[in-house]
Design a protein around this ligand. Structure first.
Ligand code: GLN
Length: 296
C-alpha cells in the first residue's frame, strides 16, 4: 500500500503519527522506544498509520498544519493550507498600507488573514466563508494565533457575507445569476471599505476534481476545490464585485491554478482593474494574480 501510493515521506510520517498517538514529541519518542509500548498504545498507532495508508494526510490526522510559521487547526470543512499560498501572504504584507483593512473571501482555516494580521499589528480584517463550520474553525485559529480582536467574521457566499442574502427566495445558485447573488447597486451593510481583498477560492474545473490525488480529492472539501465548469467561476464573482468594497487605490490578490494566469488577468481587466501582474510561486508556476483598482 505504501509503495502503491508512493509516499515519499513514509518514515517521517510514521514517526510523527506514532508520536501523536502516544502523546510524545520526536525527542521523547526516541527515549520512549527503549521502554516498548502497551497493547493499547500499539493499537492507537496502528489506527493512525492505517488512516495515513488510506491517503489521509498527516496534518489531517493530527488536526493541525503549520502555515507561515503559525499553527492552524483543520476540520473536514476546511482546505488544508498549502505552502504555495504563502506567496499570497507575502504579497499581502507588501501591499497592505499602514493601518490597512483586509477582506478575505472563502477563508477556510483563516490562514491568509491570520498570517497577515499576526505579522501586522496595525492591520484589521474581515474573513468570510459559506460554511459555518469553516468559519468557526477560522475563529478558533484567530484566537490561537492572537489576532481575534482584530479579525471579524461573516457567514455567506462571497460578497453576500457583507451585504446579506439577496431579498428573493429561493437563495441564489452558487454560481452564475447575479454573479455572486449581490444585487446591482446594493452597498455594504457595514459600510466597510477594504485596502486589500484576498482569496484562495476553489479553482479546479469540476471534471478535474475527480482526477486529483487521493489526499486532495478524498479529504479536502469539494466546496474548497470545485471552481465550476472551467474552474474560473469564483474569479468572475470576485472581479465583478470587488470594486464596490475597495478603498480608493485598493488591490485584489487571488490565488490561481498554474494555467489560469491569462484568463484571470483578463477577467480583472474587463472589470476596469489595471496594473495587473501574475506572480510565480517557488516552483516557478503562476500562482497569484494581483490587480489594482483605481477609483475615479
Ligand atoms: N492548490 C489546490 C490543489 O492543487 C487547490 C486549491 C484551490 O482550489 N483553491 O489541490
Amino acid at each position: 500500500m505504501l509503495t502503491r501510493l508512493g509516499f515519499a515521506t513514509a518514515a517521517l510520517d510514521a514517526k510523527l503519527l506514532t508520536g501523536h498517538a502516544l502523546g510524545l514529541d520526536t525527542l521523547a519518542l526516541a527515549t520512549r522506544e527503549q521502554d516498548g509500548v502497551t497493547d493499547a498504545d500499539a493499537l492507537r498507532v496502528a489506527d493512525l498509520l492505517q488512516r495515513r495508508m488510506s491517503g489521509e494526510s498527516v496534518a489531517r490526522i493530527i488536526g493541525e498544519k503549520e502555515f507561515y510559521g503559525l499553527p492552524f487547526r483543520l476540520s473536514p470543512a476546511t482546505l488544508e493550507p498549502r505552502p504555495d499560498t504563502e506567496l499570497l501572504v507575502d504579497l499581502a504584507l507588501e501591499h497592505l498600507p499602514p493601518g490597512g483593512r483586509l477582506l478575505d473571501l472563502g477563508t477556510g482555516t483563516g490562514c491568509i488573514p491570520i498570517a497577515v494580521l499576526a505579522n501586522r499589528p496595525d492591520a484589521t480584517g474581515l474573513a468570510t466563508d459559506l460554511n459555518p463550520d469553516a468559519l468557526a474553525m477560522a475563529q478558533d485559529n484567530a484566537e490561537r494565533n492572537g489576532v481575534a480582536e482584530r479579525l471579524d467574521f461573516a457567514l455567506g457566499s462571497w460578497f453576500e457575507a457583507l451585504v446579506g442574502p439577496p431579498p428573493l427566495i429561493p437563495p441564489s445558485p452558487r454560481w452564475g445569476g447575479t454573479e455572486g447573488g449581490v444585487t446591482a447597486g446594493s452597498s455594504p451593510a457595514s459600510g466597510d471599505q477594504f485596502h486589500l481583498i484576498t482569496s484562495n477560492p476553489p479553482y479546479i474545473a469540476s471534471a478535474v476534481v475527480e482526477t486529483l490525488a487521493p489526499e486532495v480529492k478524498d479529504f479536502d472539501p469539494r466546496l474548497a476545490l470545485d471552481g465550476g465548469a472551467d474552474g474560473l467561476a469564483p474569479y468572475r464573482v470576485i472581479a465583478a464585485q470587488s470594486a464596490r468594497f475597495l478603498a480608493p487605490g485598493g488591490i485584489v490578490l487571488v490565488e490561481i491554478g498554474y494555467d489560469q494566469g491569462a484568463a484571470v488577468a483578463k477577467l480583472f481587466a474587463d472589470h476596469g482593474f489595471a496594473d495587473i501582474a501574475v506572480h510565480k510561486d517557488l516552483g516557478g508556476l503562476d500562482r497569484v494574480v494581483l490587480a489594482h483598482h483605481f477609483k475615479d
